[in-house]
Design a protein around this ligand. Structure first.
Ligand SMILES: [Ca+2]
Ligand SMILES: [Ca+2]
Ligand SMILES: [Ca+2]
Ligand SMILES: [Ca+2]
Length: 376
């Protein structure tokens, strides 16, 4: 912090009573801007920090490792990645697998300035050696925002991708990719989400459930009713094979801009936190939403996917399914204890459910036909 443009990566350990145990400061060789983006602890209790380190307007991705008890650097030098151009490379997030491999995601500006941002994902072993690498050249400014792994070492990354060819404007979409532990892409066609009105849809976080389902949350400009574009919380669920299992859109109490930023799975619930705008437009409120109907989605052979919109709902919602047959479907709604609260039959690919006498709460549904269970 010697001058305006020289900040450093500072790491402090506190004990459980809040007493400082050690402090470490990293100032890069450029004596310029060094900033962290994520801190994690590996299986040996060591501290990993990723971020950016600057050398005269040329940022590189940096990965630091400290000993837990002393704060001393474990590696002789931090792991630094600079792309093929003398331009900005910045780490945005990371995850650590069961073997202490570190997967860092970030972006590289490829080409000479001004250059687009292209995503990179780098695998480091426990010693900081690069073991795998993935990148793609993007149309616009593409950035990975979140990365996680499943129990068998597959890596999942949520990217914000810009699909608008005009460099002055954007149409951001969610892009979710699965990699094997060597960073080879697994899904032939990684799923994207673009709102029906082709506005900006930006993922914020991603998590993998113990059964391999992938949950991605973010902010979606998917509603232009009322003469303005309205940001909503979007939650997407993908199976481990990349098919979309569920989608949920949450519009806050004011019907204006709402944005989620983190998620966690606890028991059979998905918890999402962020902000919603209250009835006074300028007022943003911390908000937590618990989803139960998105969890325990078991994909069966021959399954057809279904969507509940909106979810949660006040008066009524539509459940639509991918319906390829003329079979009669039976919809059963159960409360959290498993008791059936409503049962209806319908033909076609959607039906409406109404609040009726149902108390506010979380309900699960299943749709079945003579031959197939669609979703549970
Ligand atoms: Ca510095
Ligand atoms: Ca660089
Ligand atoms: Ca979009
Ligand atoms: Ca909204």
């Amino acid at each position: 912090m010697d001058s305006v443009d020289n900040n450093d990566i500072v790491t402090i350990k506190y004990d459980s009573n809040g007493n400082q145990q050690w402090i470490q400061r990293y100032n890069g060789s450029g004596n310029m801007r060094d900033e962290p983006s994520k801190i994690l602890i590996n299986g040996n209790g060591e501290i990993l920090i990723c971020g950016r380190t600057e050398n005269v307007h040329d940022d590189d991705c940096i990965l630091l490792k400290y000993e837990a008890s002393t704060g001393n650097p474990v590696w002789a030098q931090p792991a630094i990645y600079g792309g093929p151009f003398a331009n900005d490379d910045r780490a945005t997030n990371m995850t650590i697998d069961a073997s202490n491999n570190i997967y860092v995601c970030g972006y590289s500006q490829t080409g000479s300035a001004p250059a687009n941002e292209d995503p990179v994902v780098i695998k480091y072993d426990d010693s900081g050696n690069i073991q795998g690498f993935y990148s793609y050249v993007a149309l616009g400014e593409d950035e990975p925002v979140a990365i996680s792994h499943d129990l068998t070492g597959n890596i999942f990354v949520a990217f914000r991708t810009d699909v608008d060819p005009d460099p002055l404007t954007s149409n951001f979409n969610f892009l979710t990719m699965k990699f094997d532990s060597g960073l080879n892409p697994v899904w032939a066609t990684p799923p994207q989400y673009d709102s029906p009105i082709n506005q900006d849809d930006e993922p914020a976080d991603l998590i993998v459930s113990p059964n391999g389902d992938v949950y991605v949350i973010g902010t979606s400009e998917n509603d232009s009713s009322g003469g303005r574009i309205n940001k909503n919380w979007l939650t997407l669920v993908y199976s481990t094979s990349g098919s979309q299992l569920a989608i949920s859109n949450y519009d806050g109490p004011n019907g204006t801009d709402d944005s989620p930023n983190g998620l966690a799975i606890r028991g059979s619930s998905l918890w999402v936190c962020g902000y919603t705008e209250g009835t006074n437009n300028s007022q943003r409120n911390n908000t937590v939403v618990r989803y139960d109907s998105l969890i325990s989605v078991n994909e069966l052979a021959g399954l057809k996917s279904s969507i509940v919109y909106p979810n949660p709902f006040n008066q009524s919602a539509t459940i639509s399914i991918e319906n390829e047959s003329s079979e009669k479907y039976s919809l059963v709604i159960t409360d959290i204890a498993g008791a059936i609260v409503s049962e209806i039959s319908f033909f076609g690919n959607k039906t409406e459910i109404h609040k009726g006498n149902l108390a506010a709460g979380i309900y699960q549904y299943s749709i079945s036909a003579k031959s197939t269970v669609v979703k549970r």
